[in-house]
Design a protein around this ligand. Structure first.
Ligand SMILES: [Zn+2]
Length: 246
């Protein structure tokens, strides 16, 4: 897959990064990434994945934009209120970078349709706001050996980890007990922006092979007191999802 002259110009600054070059950029062009949930995290990660030149991006969200989303869901402008999130995001991202392919699904992802909607991709990026779906995606990723970049946010803090099946713990090893679901949690837009930027960084590293992804480690970021902590996590031998007994 060869880069067009306009792509070479568009990505020229990032191709200067050590280890990136034309080769790294071509890997990104060949890559297929799915983003599940186009909320605070997904709006920002999709924008920066499009900016970085991921060749094919799959967007999945069943909801429509509401006015109270606008403090963080930056792909929604006032005129887009009431329209499907995935569809609006696709329009904006293609206007921003017409040289990539975007596929939008205005539907709820489930065990039944995930294979049809996502299928084989290089990375799945977590843009979700509920643990039930996250754990479903985690199981799909473990079964299909697909890397999964998890992030979760609340208020002014959040966490991120990268799951690469076979190379480290899965989401269930990290959270054996499902965290409490919160339907309407407090959040400021800068929090998902921070964590989603890191998710994009992780995705780029997984695809290009540059740097060290957050495998077997979880980063907790607190924007309020400005603290960051990286905790090492081992794979759980008896994990119901990725354990040996399974
Ligand atoms: Zn596990």
């Amino acid at each position: 897959m060869i880069l067009s002259p306009s792509e070479i110009e568009r990505y020229s600054r990032q191709m200067l990064i050590t280890g990136w070059g034309i080769e790294g950029q071509e890997k990104l062009k060949k890559a297929k990434v799915a983003i599940v949930g186009i909320g605070g995290l997904g709006c920002l990660s999709s924008l920066y994945l499009a900016a970085a030149g991921i060749g094919k991006i799959i967007l999945i969200d069943r909801e429509k934009f509401e006015l109270n989303n606008l403090n963080r869901q930056i792909l929604c402008w006032v005129k887009d209120i009431g329209r499907p999130k995935a569809e609006v995001a696709k329009e904006k991202l293609l206007a921003f970078n017409p040289e990539i392919e975007i596929i939008a699904f205005n539907t709820e992802i489930s065990k039944e349709n995930i294979d049809k909607i996502i299928g084989k991709v290089d990375v799945i990026v977590d843009g979700l706001d509920n643990w039930k779906t996250r754990f479903m995606i985690n199981e799909y990723c473990v079964s299909n050996k697909i890397p999964f970049v998890h992030a979760g946010v609340t208020e002014m803090h959040g966490q991120i980890t990268t799951i690469v099946p076979g190379k480290g713990p899965c989401l269930r090893c990290i959270f054996p007990k499902t965290p409490r679901e919160m339907r309407y949690f407090p959040i400021v837009g800068a929090t998902p922006a921070l964590l989603a930027s890191l998710q994009v960084m992780e995705t780029i590293k997984l695809i290009t092979g540059i740097g060290q992804p957050l495998i077997g480690r979880i980063l907790f970021m607190d924007g309020k007191e400005v603290n960051a902590e990286v905790i090492k996590i081992e794979k759980m031998a008896n994990c119901p999802v990725c354990g040996e007994s399974r």
